[in-house]
Design a binder for this molecule. Structure first.
Ligand code: FES
Length: 229
């Protein structure tokens, strides 16, 4: 296997030639925020815009999930420009994410909380107006709680969108499990993760393998018995 050596945040590392920088960094315990990256996916989505890094000699920050490592590269994951871009992306994401950590099954393990800590950014956006979507609940599967988490408060059901559209569940369901229960529908702000023909996730196609729950970075997919009210 051909390898290259490079430096990330002052740490010298060896990586497989052709490896994307994100995976080389993570393998060497250097955290770079990421949501949409899927290691086995040949063409990265690069849609979350959180994984910006700076490379010596390159004018603008690049996304680590799409950039291959190269011999002698010097990478800074903490540069001012890359952090500013990542913070802006994160703020936009959080502007359509209903915060309810105390009631969320992912509280404490949520990737959004980890990213906020890393970027020293608030989970609650102050500059942007919150734009929350009202999404239906699907509680039909025996083990999955729903595509969208909801809470029961003041005797009203309030539906909160926890999905960040990273596509991890879509990928594992299609590529690993060959079931293809999940997919995306619509574009722009209306984009949602959904099922084929909007059939309930409890329908026959789901194999109850729970791989989608394992890869979900937030509390959008969770085991029923983890649902907190
Ligand atoms: S992980 Fe690189 S853009 Fe999402």
């Amino acid at each position: 296997m051909k390898t290259v050596s490079l430096t990330i945040d002052g740490k010298k590392i060896i990586a497989r030639a052709g490896e994307k920088m994100l995976w080389a960094a993570l393998q060497n315990d250097i955290y770079i925020p990421n949501l949409c990256a899927i290691r086995d996916r040949p063409e990265p989505h690069a849609s979350c815009r959180l994984c910006f890094v700076e490379i010596e000699g390159v004018k603008e920050p690049v996304t680590a999930c799409t950039t291959e490592v190269a011999e002698g590269m010097v990478v800074n994951t903490r540069g001012e420009k890359s952090l500013a871009l990542a913070r802006a992306g994160f703020e936009l994401l959080m502007a359509s994410h209903a915060l309810d950590c105390a009631h969320c099954p992912a509280n404490g393990e949520c990737e959004l909380q980890k990213i906020a800590r890393h970027l020293k950014a608030s989970l609650k956006t102050k500059r942007l107006r919150l734009l929350l979507r009202e999404l239906p609940i699907d509680d039909s599967n025996p083990i999955l709680t729903t595509l969208r988490y909801f809470r029961d408060e003041y005797e009203e059901h309030i539906e909160l969108g926890k999905c960040v559209l990273c596509g991890r569940c879509v990928w594992v369901c299609r590529q690993d499990i060959k079931s293809g229960v999940f997919g995306f529908a619509h574009r722009g702000f209306e984009r949602v993760m959904t099922t084929f023909a909007d059939e309930p996730i409890g329908a026959d196609r789901c194999l109850d393998c729970s791989r989608c729950i394992e890869v979900c970075p937030t509390g959008a997919l969770a085991f029923k018995d983890e649902k907190k009210t």
